[in-house]
Design a protein around this ligand. Structure first.
Ligand code: ZN
Length: 112
């Protein structure tokens, strides 16, 4: 995938559908959301598409919903899922490194 600064608003607009369907990978979600945060026109487009896809369902359910809250909850849960995964990756790398260090210390002391 090309770098974020090479993507245009058109590219991000195409990603909106995939984002709503949870079809983007983590890098794409981060890239997409950071663009959305800084681009009012894409954010508006996301809000509109979100309203169309989620809003109609919700209206059928109970007639009332807070669209902006729903959207920010979706964005927050995307970011949270990525943070949790990054933490798990970090912890497994940290765990792996401490095993290596422990083995190195063990070898060092058994040789001396
Ligand atoms: Zn944009």
């Amino acid at each position: 995938m090309s770098k974020s600064n090479e993507l245009t608003c058109k590219d991000y607009e195409k990603m909106i559908n995939d984002y709503m369907g949870d079809l983007l990978n983590e890098d794409e979600v981060l890239d997409f959301l950071s663009h959305i945060e800084n681009c009012p026109s894409c954010k508006e487009e996301l809000t509109i598409q979100f309203m169309v896809s989620q809003g109609l369902n919700k209206l059928e359910e109970n007639g009332t919903f807070d669209l902006n809250k729903e959207l920010s909850e979706k964005i927050n849960s995307s970011l949270k899922a990525i943070k949790v995964r990054n933490l798990v990756i970090f912890l497994s790398i940290a765990g792996f490194l401490s095993v290596i260090v422990a083995i190195a210390i063990f070898i060092f002391f058994s040789l001396s």
